[in-house]
Design a binder for this molecule. Structure first.
Ligand SMILES: [Zn+2]
Length: 430
């Protein structure tokens, strides 16, 4: 089983790829000009910010970035393309031959990373069609993988990894994601075109894999074809349009020049999942906890990085796990800092305290009172059952009833109570 992807993501530039029209207009056809509507005589001018972003992506995906890059016209006739060609890249893309490491311990090859313009948006009504040119000319990056993905969970990991890498470049994959999937269970290659959004992508892949497996089992032929995915019915259907690169006309884009990529400086890429693995090993905490917090949260990652070395990591990581458990939204830097602050002072904030921190209340007193009450009760119970203290050395479980009693009385978290108990027992031993 082989899956290859062509992932299209929109770049977050303020203006379009070849003109100065804005990219965030909502009212249809309000951000358009002669260039992005393909008027005769208009000339494209490359948005260098888009080129820099494309190079950042190529670098982060460990591609080789050729010293120069150029554009071609991909000629086809369709209402979303008034000039009858799309400006894209062919022989000199921004990046070639990269890879992404995924959770399953394998590497998925990146064949190429290229820059291109989005066509206009077609809105079909019952008996007429509307076209919105606001989208025409929005910069896209197309990421083409090798057919290295061989299971649904690998596809999920790949997309999560890609999403995280792009997140750290400032690109939100969920905002505009369009994927062409190439899936072959046996020899015939089936292409599922224009799947939008992460959920649809996984659903479409699952459906198509099952469909092809069923055909193999029934010893029926799998037709090499292009299919489309229906979100409503959650299945793929054969679509007549069969286009391959050979069927398009490609010519060099004479209105643009060759662009040097050599001098383009890009920021160091961030591989959050690799960092999560390193932190987990170094500080002895669960990898998934750290992953969840930093894969898509720059502030948390910066926080950990800034605390690293200066502080004991224990409160930092405790704060991560507390916020994971109780926070209602993605923790902000301020929430994280306050939680760490309380832990460093020896307070152990409970759920209520975390909610208080989130809403910006002063919570120190509450958190202190909360743990103070618990401590008092634990000490009281230990004194009442003083002979247990002697047995404790032989059998630490003798105190489980104390944990149970405290949980029952204060409805507090078992982990929190056992941590308090351990701390108090330490004190008794000394
Ligand atoms: Zn324009």
């Amino acid at each position: 089983m082989k899956i290859g992807l062509e992932v299209h993501v929109a770049l977050p530039t303020r203006s379009k790829l070849f003109c100065s029209c804005r990219t965030d207009a909502e009212e249809p056809n309000t951000a358009i000009c002669p260039i992005c509507t393909g008027m005769p005589g208009s000339k494209p001018v490359l948005n260098e910010g888009a080129l820099t972003l494309a190079v950042s992506i190529a670098n982060a995906l460990k591609c080789k970035v050729p010293a120069a890059t150029s554009f071609v016209r991909k000629v086809y006739f369709y209402p979303d393309l008034p000039k009858n060609f799309q400006i894209t890249q062919k022989d000199d893309p921004v990046g070639i031959g990269g890879e992404i490491s995924i959770e399953q311990g394998k590497k998925v090859g990146i064949r190429r990373v290229q820059l291109e313009e989005d066509p206009a948006k077609i809105i079909r009504q019952d008996d007429y069609t509307l076209i919105d040119f606001n989208r025409s000319g929005i910069p896209l990056v197309e990421i083409v993988t090798e057919p290295d993905i061989s299971a649904e969970d690998e596809l999920r990991s790949f997309m999560t990894e890609l999403k995280s890498i792009l997140y750290y470049i400032g690109i939100d994959i969920d905002k505009e994601l369009k994927v062409d999937l190439n899936i072959s269970v046996k020899d015939a290659r089936v292409e599922v075109k224009n799947v939008t959004g992460m959920k649809n992508l996984l659903d479409a892949a699952r459906y198509e894999l099952q469909r092809q497996e069923k055909l193999v089992k029934a010893k029926q032929e799998i037709v090499q074809e292009t299919r489309s995915y229906s979100e409503k019915d959650m299945h793929t259907v054969s679509s007549r349009e069969k286009e391959s690169d050979e069927e398009y006309g490609f010519i060099f884009e004479p209105d643009l020049t060759v662009y040097r990529t050599k001098g383009i400086k890009t920021a160091e890429p961030v591989y959050a999942s690799r960092l999560a693995r390193e932190y987990a090993k170094k500080y002895g905490v669960g990898e998934s906890t750290i992953r969840e917090l930093i894969m898509f949260n720059k502030e948390s990652l910066e926080m950990i990085e800034s605390y690293k070395g200066k502080h004991d990591m224990k409160p930092i990581l405790n704060a991560i796990s507390l916020l994971q458990r109780y926070a209602t939204a993605k923790p902000t830097a301020a929430t994280f800092e306050k939680t760490v602050g309380l832990l460093e002072k020896g307070f152990y904030p409970d759920k209520e305290a975390i909610l208080g921190i989130e809403s910006g209340k002063k919570v120190e007193a509450h958190a202190a009172a909360g743990t103070g009450e618990i401590d008092k009760e634990i000490k009281h119970l230990i004194k009442e059952n003083s002979k247990l203290l002697k047995e404790y050395e032989k059998n630490p479980k003798v105190f489980n009833f104390i944990i149970g009693a405290v949980i029952k009385k204060y409805k507090s978290n078992p982990r929190e109570v056992s941590e308090r108990l351990e701390r108090i027992l330490e004190g008794f031993k000394r």
